[in-house]
Ligand binder design. Structure first.
Ligand SMILES: O=C(O)CCC(=O)C(=O)O
Ligand SMILES: [Fe+2]
Length: 245
């Protein structure tokens, strides 16, 4: 299927845009920066869990992580990885927030609070570039299909971005339970073909330094956690699901 050309020019992703923590006082400007750059990086931010959630709230309503966690109304995800974990959270290409929703989160915010090291990186690829570079047979295969998330919600593999109208790959490769019109073997093969294609894309690898905060356009960028960690690592995440400004 032919897809329409993008309506607006988008700056190709070539790494995060770095700015200062004073940007948190200007949420509209910050949002525009995230949409333009794909990833915005702020260094030297050291705050509490409450302050981290508060940063997210300035941009909009946040996804609820756990209804049982009353401390932040469950809006902080704490991702713990340990050496020797066989399957870690997010160690596959994905966007966040597909569970039980019609669309993934808008913006995700990450901060590693423990266990920064040379191997504990988070990687990002540009979903626009990944779609336009995808080989033709795989494009044709996934272009008009939906995939089902483990939670049961269905999502299209290729979605036009709400701001740029560019087609982007929209997927969580670790949580696909079925694909429209495919049997189990074909699903596995398709997931692995997409993973290989994304692995071949130029990636931005973020080597965490204490104090780093990354703010990411989750409808454009795909990310994955490290294959392994060499010490216990804790990452905080919060996800904006609706703009309030
Ligand atoms: O551990 C990482 O670097 C990524 C974690 C992740 O994907 C997430 O929290 O959504
Ligand atoms: Fe994630």
């Amino acid at each position: 299927m032919e897809r329409a050309l993008p309506m607006r020019r988008v700056t190709p992703f070539s790494g995060p845009l770095e700015t200062h923590s004073t940007i948190f006082d200007s949420p509209l400007v910050l949002r525009a920066m995230i949409m333009n750059a794909g990833v915005v990086k702020v260094r030297g931010w050291f705050g509490t869990e409450e302050e981290f959630v508060e940063l997210g709230c300035r941009l909009g309503a946040l996804e609820r992580a756990s209804p049982k966690d009353s401390r932040h109304l469950g809006r902080l995800f704490r991702v713990k990885s340990r050496p020797g974990d066989s399957v870690g959270v997010g160690r596959y290409w994905h966007a966040d927030g597909f569970a039980g929703t019609s669309a993934p989160a808008l913006i995700t915010i990450y901060h590693v609070v423990k266990g920064t090291s040379s191997v504990s990186n988070t990687s990002f690829v540009d979903g626009y570039a990944a779609w336009s570079n995808l080989n033709n047979p795989l494009r044709a295969l996934i272009c008009d299909r939906w995939w089902a998330h483990a939670s049961g919600s269905r999502h299209r593999f290729v979605v036009d971005h709400h701001k740029h109208q560019c087609p982007t790959i929209s997927v969580n490769l670790g949580k696909i339970s079925s694909i429209q019109g495919m049997n189990g073997v074909a699903v596995k093969r398709t997931v692995s073909r997409i993973a290989t294609a994304l692995d071949l894309e130029p990636r931005y690898v973020h080597r965490w330094t204490p104090g780093d905060v990354l703010l990411v356009d989750n409808r454009r960028m795909l990310h994955r956690g490290p294959d392994k960690v060499d010490r216990e690592r804790i990452l905080w995440r919060t996800s904006v699901i609706k703009y309030s400004i």
